[in-house]
Design a protein around this ligand. Structure first.
Ligand SMILES: Nc1ncnc2c1ncn2[C@@H]1O[C@H](COP(=O)(O)OP(=O)(O)OP(=O)(O)O)[C@@H](O)[C@H]1O
Ligand SMILES: [Mg+2]
Length: 503
C-alpha cells in the first residue's frame, strides 16, 4: 500500500457514537491516506454510515477526535465539510424534489447566481450542465426537474454536486446498488481520477466482489467495532466474510434446485401494456409457485413495469388482470387482490420514514393479525410485527423506533417484512435485496423459496444477474421497453448468455 509511507490525510481517534441507549460506534480508530481507496464493509447496522458521516460533518461524535491534514477537524455541517475538503454521497436519497437539477446542484449557493435581484437561471443551468459533463453525463440537463429523473440519475446528480468541489476525500455510501452498469462505470472512472490526483475515497458497499476489485484497503466493522483492516495483498473472501459476521456463513445462498417448475394456474396476466415509450406492447404471465425474474439495464423499463403491475402507473393501453380476470387499476385494488410491492425507491415510495417500524409493517398485515370477528388487539399486532423483526433480524431498539433512525439495509428489511409477512399471494419485488448484507440476503432468498413452495407468485426485478440466475424459474430480459429474450432456469445458464440481450 503506497499510503503507509505518507502521513494520513484523515485520522479518526477513539470515535464513539451513542444514540440514546444504542452505541453505534465503540472507540473506532481509522486513518485514511492520500491516494487511497478505502473500502468499508460490514453487516447492516454495523456503523459504516455513522463513521463516515461523522467524518463528513453530518453528525458529531459523542467521544473522540479527528485530524484532517494534521489539524483538528470539527466540521459544523456537511456543507462546511465539503467546502473544506470532505464530501459525501449519502446512502439515502440526497436530492430535493420539486426543483430543477441545477437548483439541486447549487443548493445553498444560489446567491452566487444573482443578477438584478433574481437568480440568473440561464447561467445556473449552464454551470450545472458543466458539472454534469465533468463526470461524463450528457443524457439529462440542469434545467430538468429532478422528479423527471430516474433513481439512478438522481444519484448521479448528487455525485456531480460533490465532485464540483474537488474534495480531498470523497465518501461514497452504498451507491453502487442505486446505479446500473453504466452508472457504476461513471463512478469507477471518477474514483480512479481521484486516486491519480492523490486524493482519497471511502467506499462503502455490500458487494464483496466489487469492493475487493476497486479498493486498495478494506476495513471491516462489526457491531460498531473496527475488527480489522485488510491490505490488498491480504484480500481473501472467506477471511473477510468471517470477520464481518463473526462466524462462517453456512448453507445454500440461492435455490438449490435447478428445475424450472411452477404450477399451471396463472396468478397475474399483463396484456399489451404500453406506456410513454418506456413499455412497448408488453405481455407476460406470472404463474402460481413461480419466481419470474425480470432483468435489464436500469432504463429498460423494468422498474416502470413493476409499478404498472401494482397499479401505481396507469398504462396508456393494455391491461393487468388477476387470474379471475379482475383488472388492476390502482395500488388500492392491487392490495385488495393480495398483491404486495417492494419499490426500488424505498424512501419515497415504500416507507413512511417518520412513523415507527410497527406502523410501517402492520398496515399491510392487518388481515393476518385481525381476529375472526374483525378485532384488532394491540397484543396481536405487536406479536405480528415482532415475528417479522425476528425473521429478518431487523436491528432496532424496539418496534416503536422511527424507521428514519434505522440503517439503510434495515429500512429495506422493513419494506420486505411488510409485504412478505402479510399473506400476499402475489409479490412484485423491485431490487428487493438492495443494500442488505450477505447474511440477510440469504435469509430473504430462503423466504422467497419458501413462498414459492407455498404456491405464491413472485415477480423479481433485479439488476444483479447472479441473483436472477440463482433464484428465477424463468427470466425475462428487457431492452428499450420490450422483452428481448426469455430464459428457462438451468444449471448451465451464465451471465454471458444473458448480457448480449440487455445491451
Ligand atoms: N439517528 C439515529 N437514531 C438512533 N439510532 C441510530 C441513528 N442512526 C443510526 N442509528 C443506529 O446506529 C447503528 C449503526 O447504523 P449505520 O447506519 O451506521 O449502519 P450501516 O453499517 O451503515 O448499515 P447499512 O449497511 O444497513 O447501511 C444502527 O444500529 C442504527 O440503527
Ligand atoms: Mg449505511
Amino acid at each position: 500500500m503506497q499510503g503507509i509511507m505518507n502521513k494520513p490525510i484523515l485520522e479518526m481517534k477513539n470515535i464513539t457514537k451513542k444514540f440514546g441507549t444504542v452505541t453505534a460506534l465503540k472507540n473506532v480508530n481509522l486513518e485514511v491516506y492520500p491516494g487511497e481507496i478505502r473500502g468499508l464493509i460490514g453487516e447492516n447496522g454495523s456503523g459504516k454510515s455513522t463513521i463516515s458521516s461523522i467524518a463528513a460533518g453530518m453528525q458529531k461524535p459523542s467521544e473522540g477526535r479527528m485530524l484532517f491534514h494534521g489539524e483538528m477537524w470539527q466540521p459544523e455541517s456537511m456543507v462546511d465539510a465539503l467546502n473544506k475538503g470532505i464530501g459525501m454521497v449519502v446512502q439515502e436519497s440526497g436530492t430535493i424534489s420539486g426543483i430543477s437539477v441545477a437548483e439541486n446542484i447549487f443548493l445553498g449557493e444560489l446567491g452566487n447566481f444573482r443578477r438584478h435581484f433574481a437568480v440568473d437561471k440561464k447561467k445556473l443551468c449552464e454551470e450545472a450542465d458543466k458539472a454534469l459533463a465533468n463526470i461524463g453525463i450528457t443524457e439529462f440537463k440542469g434545467r430538468d426537474i429532478i422528479d423527471t429523473l430516474s433513481f439512478q440519475e438522481r444519484k448521479l446528480v448528487e455525485i456531480a454536486k460533490v465532485m464540483l468541489k474537488n474534495p480531498d476525500i470523497l465518501v461514497i455510501d452504498e451507491t453502487s446498488t442505486a446505479l446500473s452498469h453504466d452508472g457504476r462505470q461513471i463512478m469507477y472512472r471518477m474514483m480512479d481520477k481521484i486516486r491519480e490526483a492523490g486524493h482519497s475515497v471511502i467506499f462503502i458497499s455490500h458487494d464483496l466482489d466489487e469492493i475487493m476489485e476497486v479498493c486498495d484497503t478494506l476495513t471491516v466493522l462489526r457491531d460498531g467495532n473496527l475488527i480489522r483492516t485488510f491490505t490488498k495483498d491480504e484480500f481473501d473472501e472467506d477471511k473477510i466474510r468471517t470477520s464481518m459476521i463473526g462466524r462462517e456463513l453456512n448453507g445454500d445462498y440461492y435455490r438449490a434446485d435447478f428445475s424450472a417448475a411452477h404450477r399451471e394456474e396463472k396468478a397475474l396476466t399483463a396484456a399489451k401494456l404500453c406506456y410513454a415509450n418506456k413499455i412497448k406492447n408488453l405481455s407476460l404471465t406470472l404463474h402460481k409457485g413461480e419466481i419470474l425474474g425480470v432483468g435489464g439495464l436500469s432504463d429498460c423499463g423494468m422498474h416502470e413495469l413493476g409499478e404498472m403491475l401494482f397499479g401505481a402507473i396507469k398504462p396508456e393501453s393494455g391491461t393487468v388482470r388477476t387470474a379471475e380476470g379482475r383488472e388492476i387499476k390502482s395500488p388500492h385494488q392491487a392490495v385488495a387482490e393480495k398483491i404486495g410491492y417492494v419499490s426500488k425507491d424505498r424512501d419515497r415510495k415504500s416507507l413512511c420514514l417518520e412513523a415507527s417500524i410497527k406502523d410501517n409493517i402492520s398496515v399491510a398485515g392487518m388481515n393476518r393479525y385481525m381476529t375472526k370477528t374483525g378485532l384488532i388487539t394491540g397484543r396481536r399486532e405487536r406479536a405480528y410485527v415482532e415475528e417479522q423483526i425476528d425473521a429478518l433480524k431487523i436491528k432496532c431498539s424496539d418496534q416503536n423506533q422511527a424507521v428514519s433512525q434505522l440503517s439503510g439495509g434495515n429500512k429495506q428489511k422493513v419494506v420486505f417484512g411488510k409485504w412478505i409477512g402479510c399473506g400476499s399471494e402475489i409479490l412484485i419485488l423491485d431490487c428487493p435485496t438492495r443494500g442488505v448484507d450477505i447474511g440477510v440476503k440469504q435469509a430473504m432468498y430462503q423466504l422467497m423459496t419458501r413462498l414459492k413452495e407455498e404456491g405464491k407468485a413472485i415477480l423479481m426485478i433485479s439488476e444483479e444477474l447472479p441473483e436472477l440466475i440463482g433464484m428465477s424459474d424463468r427470466i425475462l430480459i428487457m431492452k428499450d421497453g420490450e422483452v428481448t429474450k426469455e430464459f428457462e432456469r438451468s444449471k448451465d445458464l451464465t451471465e454471458a448468455d444473458i448480457i448480449n440481450y440487455m445491451i
